[in-house]
Design a protein around this ligand. Structure first.
Ligand code: P6P
Length: 350
């Protein structure tokens, strides 16, 4: 039988088996240490922190996969959170999961969440645990009761200073200070995507192992893509330049609209296929809907590490200095050419 040309020579069965085993052994915590090429205390901390986030993701994924079979998982609590939004039972569960897994970590002194007006302190971890977790426990919770994709968003920051009166003033700092960020996507499979400033890497939960296994390293967002992702139901509330951009994509071949109601899902699609996600400000709410510290800044860190961009339309998201913990921001994020196209309409109307 003729052999395949050298360049097309396939791996032997043994080589394929070795690669599969090595991949199955590349767990998240091992990958972080590989990234840092160090076993320093800081590297060990970061590896342990990411491992706790993975545990939170597993617990939330398990709950979501059984939501329709259990009492008390779906629906609303009847409460309204600091954002003025009706709270889903899943929001509360997921928020408590992150608190619980980090209580036992010894590493995190404070947790700041979309669901909590003030940061949650874990006194036994302070001041030794010099890290702060900022997170949106369930992003897109409107999708919970309809079994659609949704996510969790996280960022890790180093605590700066003593935080004597528990004001957490050091959190009001630009996203450039994030030391790790990412998201967990609860979809047909559960994926964890993260960066520690050395590229973007994705892991898929293997339920049979109970481990997140490396799926793709050094993900690069396409320079341009076909997807534009925005809630066009808000068209009547937008400033004219955003309306003009949407009219442009309506009349230009090659664009396709995708919008799921969960930004983690929409931005993950754009990370892989290219394009742009927008949640602009509106005439009644120029600051927009999305929160800066635990939604936009972590996602901006990931997308920029993958070669993309994230802006308010005027300032890079990672340079915005928040004035308050739950500050909102307009967000335009995705492929560099597509973000630039939106900016061109904002800056000079075309
Ligand atoms: P709208 C979910 O509540 C969220 O924060 C994002 O995940 C999502 O993209 C957006 O809000 C959806 O908001 O106003 O389009 O329903």
């Amino acid at each position: 039988m003729a052999r395949a040309p050298e360049s097309l020579e396939l791996d032997t069965n043994e080589e394929v088996a070795d690669k599969a085993l090595d991949r199955d052994c590349t767990t998240l915590s091992r990958h972080v240490l590989q990234q840092l090429q160090s076993f320093s205390p800081q590297a060990q901390d970061l590896s342990a922190l990411m491992n706790r986030i993975a545990l939170a993701g597993k617990l939330i994924a398990r709950r979501l996969s059984r939501a329709g079979l259990m009492e008390g998982v779906l629906g609303f609590t009847g409460e309204v959170n600091v954002q003025g939004e009706s709270v889903k039972k899943m929001d509360v569960y997921a928020n408590d999961v992150f608190i619980s897994v980090f209580k036992q970590s010894g590493l995190v002194c404070r947790l700041a969440s979309e669901e909590m007006e003030k940061p949650y302190y874990i006194p036994e971890n302070c001041p030794v645990g010099r890290y702060t977790l900022l997170y949106d426990p369930i992003d897109g919770s409107s999708n919970t009761d309809t079994n659609l994709s949704l996510g969790s968003i996280f960022a890790i920051r180093q605590q700066e200073g003593g935080d004597l009166n528990n004001e957490a003033a050091d959190l009001l700092a630009p996203g450039q200070g994030q030391i790790a960020a990412g998201y967990i996507l609860y979809g047909p499979s559960t994926m964890l995507v993260y960066t520690i400033g050395r590229g973007v890497h994705s892991f898929t939960l293997d339920p049979s192992l109970g481990e997140f296994i490396l799926t793709e390293e050094n993900i690069r967002i396409p320079e341009h893509g076909p997807v534009y992702s925005v809630n066009e139901g808000n068209f009547w509330q937008w400033d004219e330049p955003i309306r003009e951009y949407v009219r442009y994509v309506h009349r230009t071949e090659g664009y396709t609209a995708r919008y799921s109601g969960a930004m983690v899902s929409d931005i993950h699609r754009i990370l892989i296929q290219g394009g742009v996600f927008l949640y602009p400000g509106t005439l009644p709410k120029p600051e927009g809907k999305l929160r800066l510290l635990y939604e936009s800044a972590p996602l901006a860190f990931v997308v920029e590490q993958a070669g993309g961009r994230a802006t308010t339309g005027h300032i890079d998201i990672l340079d915005v200095i928040p004035k308050k913990l739950h500050q909102r921001t307009p967000l335009i994020i995705g492929s560099p050419k597509d973000v630039a196209k939106v900016e061109s309409f904002i800056q000079n109307g075309h």
